[in-house]
Design a binder for this molecule. Structure first.
Ligand code: PGA
Length: 252
């Protein structure tokens, strides 16, 4: 049985006061029980502060983006080693907002995936189709292209220390959640594609769902056989909303 991972992607939100309060609220409300892990990914300026608040809790720290370079003259970039240094265990790579708004290509995402692992952290690789692509019937093709770019560059064994997040772009921030069946179909497809390369890794890898996940739809989504957690945006910005999803991930 795979553990659930419930990850909050805070995106570009908050302040010192608001993010300290959010982190403390989450730490104080972590549900009893096992079979799950929580993760929060604050904006860069708050990573160290939130990391301090998470000390001694079972809530992990992650970043929303990373440079694929190690150090040097790359103005405005953040090296993987710096994220590791402030306590990050995970890095989100290839989020659809980075792909669509900042022009990150499949190859750029693959390079960030590898850089994250080189620094000893776990990449959360986001894959997902737009509404146009879904309506054109090309969902599987898009997912395969995004996934294969990473396999081609990093090798399949890199998925030993990685998490995948399926995030249909049309469901992000729109309130339009994929149904559990729609999400399960794609999760199953991703797992099968990895199984075609390595059956053991496919069984082991956590595949998160992201896109308007909330306390009320989390039980249905997390109840599907190939959904191993969530990558949550909007509902991760209020401790009680995030904890409601966490509660759905407790396995007895
Ligand atoms: P959402 O965002 O939960 O607000 O839809 C999910 C994400 O972008 O990771």
């Amino acid at each position: 049985m795979r553990d659930f991972l419930v990850a909050g992607n805070w995106k570009m939100n908050g302040s010192i006061a608001a993010n300290a309060e959010l982190a403390s609220g989450i730490v104080e409300g972590v549900p009893q029980g096992g079979g799950f892990r929580l993760l929060v990914c604050p904006p860069f300026p708050y990573l160290a502060m939130v990391g301090d608040i998470l000390q001694g809790s079972n809530v992990a720290l992650g970043a929303q983006n990373v440079s694929d370079r190690e150090s040097g003259a790359f103005t405005g970039e953040t090296a993987p080693s710096m994220l590791k240094d402030v306590g990050c265990e995970f890095v989100i790579v290839g989020h659809s907002e980075r792909r669509a708004l900042y022009g990150e290509t499949d190859d750029a995402v693959a390079a960030k995936f590898m850089a994250t692992q080189s620094a000893g952290m776990i990449p959360i690789l986001c894959l997902g189709e737009t509404l146009e692509e879904r309506e054109a019937g090309t969902t599987a093709e898009v997912i395969d292209r995004q996934f294969d770019a990473v396999v081609d560059m990093a090798g399949v064994s890199a998925f030993e220390d990685a998490v995948i997040a399926y995030e249909p772009v049309w469901a992000i921030g729109t309130g339009m959640t994929a149904t559990p069946e729609q999400a399960q179909d794609v999760h199953k497809h991703i797992r099968a594609r990895l199984a075609g390369l390595d059956v053991g890794l496919a069984e082991k890898i956590q595949i998160l769902y992201g896109g308007s996940m909330k306390g009320d739809n989390a039980p249905g989504l997390l109840g599907m056989p190939d959904i191993d957690g969530g990558l949550i945006g909007g509902a991760s910005l209020k401790a009680s909303d995030f904890l409601a999803i966490a509660a759905a991930a407790v396995q007895s």
